[in-house]
Design a protein around this ligand. Sequence first.
Ligand code: PEP
Ligand code: MG
Length: 539
Amino acid sequence: MITLQGKGVSAGIARGRLSFLKRTSLSVAKRPIDDVEQEIKRFQAARATAAEQLDELAGSMTDKIGKENALLFEIHRMMLEDTDYTDPIIEIIKTEKVCAEYAVNTAGSRLSQDFADMDDEYMKARAIDIYDVSKRVIKLLSGEEQILEGKDEPVILAADDFTPSETAQLDRSKVRALVSAQGAANSHTAIFARTMGIPAIISFGAFLSEDLSGKDAALDGETGVLYIDPEPRIIKELEEKKERQRQERENLEKMRGKPTLTKARRPMKLYANIGSVSDADAALAGDAEGIGLFRSEFLYLGRNDYPDEDTQYESYRKVLEKMGDRQVIIRTLDIGADKQVDYFKLPKEENPALGMRAIRICLTRPDLFKTQLRAIYRASAHGNAAIMFPMINSLEELLKAKELARAVREELASKGIAFKEDVPIGIMIETPASALISDVLAREAAFFSIGTNDLTQYTLAIDRQNDSLSSFCDTHHEAILRFIRLTCENAHKAGVWCGICGALGADFSLTKSFVEMGLDELSVEPSYILKLRSIIAEC
Ligand code: PEP
Ligand code: MG
């Protein structure tokens, strides 16, 4: 038996033969050409057909991977139209007088490498998207088809990496799990695998070699371990775990629709964190009592320009309508730091996490902020909305942000546009400063939601993006727990509620402490809700 450790990105246990994705190599040889104009036309024709294919895919994949995920193919189409992508290709055809296949491959590989070299994990993960788009155009130019080798029995499919197109188009009945040598946890391949419920492990490196093809294998997508020729003992362990998980799911189902009550029968709220409209379906499926954190900045990512007011309004309205009476807390823009967007043209900073981000951008660029606030207020007419400002550090910042919200309300009222007057305005507590002055902030906030991801980063001075510091990152550090306790006490003294929307909220080992501290709400990934409800009932 060989045991390989990778990074589990989609939970689940699977067993089957290991089968490597067969891709016929596409011809990208450097072929000289005589007629440059003709070759550019050939490239443009292939590009136009690729765009049509992607439009079709965006529509047809909705059922399989969800509408928001299928939007990726629209983003791929936008990449194809972006001059940053097309100009270098045309330039190579013109200057080197070579065929379009070679030009697309060369320029596409360079751009893909530029993304792969970026520090930001989100941008790094976009390298495979550029590769995917280029491969699509080359296929059209060369007229070659890439065939995913068909298998009669379902397999564990292996590859160096999977493109989003390949993952989205997988035949679920033929694939039990995915394993790859490379990949990123926040790549679309990982997201699609989770959405489709396919266990997946990435980052095995060179250990996942083609020599293993055809071998019997078993894996645990939660722990990220792949067993080749698993011993009977391992098979038994995994089967038992699978059965335990099935039973646990069955037991947890009994908590569905029940109120969340502590042992002393104090009510708490279990909300969900979402980043897109379709995530609201997952929140409902997970039995969320509301949305505690709608990361609105995801509407701004993966685009070439700002989403306009109507586009944002539509997204907020849809989430509010889906959630009905349940509260939806929309966190205003939290761009900057780890979430960089080119069109914001933010200055390059030495320490982006300590730089121009979140509310600082919004207060510096009120027009941008007011556009978002207008969209949120307009949508508020359609449900139970609340607004939450990220990264508030001082009373002045909160008052300025609230003043802009007031100006937006006045503007809408003067135009006779429908909105709710009394949308609660709360804040995130994400810095030691805000936790320490939470007594002052509580006078002006309708609620607090503690962002433990950033609170940990700023309290322990540990960059949350830097994996190499993980051994120093004690998420249970007494300083963080004291800040949470203090914030909760100050909130209650002022009569406002206090929750947690950072990852610590789903740390089951702390649930009892949070119940004892008196926290009113936990906002977590939807899949944790039933489990948390059952734990809280015992605390
Ligand atoms: C947090 O910082 O804990 C939080 C929830 O916000 P984000 O992870 O989006 O920065
Ligand atoms: Mg944060």
